[in-house]
Design a protein around this ligand. Structure first.
Ligand SMILES: [Zn+2]
Length: 80
């Protein structure tokens, strides 16, 4: 599997959407993971970035819930 990546490059697919701009990607061949950093560049998904993304996604979800509560009253989910 790794050989395919060495020959043709990784095949990344979005594995998780953190915010509108930040996403996590996973190579479907070798499971190498990438993420978008603060500058919008793709970087390796290290434990440190995982932590940052976890916090980001929590903040993002909270903000979404707040927006939904203030705007459309329909079907918002309390995630925290
Ligand atoms: Zn790969």
């Amino acid at each position: 599997m790794q050989l395919l990546c060495n020959l043709f490059g990784h095949r990344y697919e979005v594995s998780k959407s953190i915010t509108y701009h930040v996403k996590e990607y996973k190579c479907c061949n070798c499971s190498k993971e990438l993420t978008t950093n603060g500058n919008g560049n793709l970087v390796e998904l290290t434990p440190k970035f995982k932590e940052i993304n976890f916090i980001l996604s929590r903040v993002h979800k909270k903000r979404q819930n707040k927006l939904r509560r203030e705007g459309l009253q329909e079907s918002y989910k309390m995630t925290s």
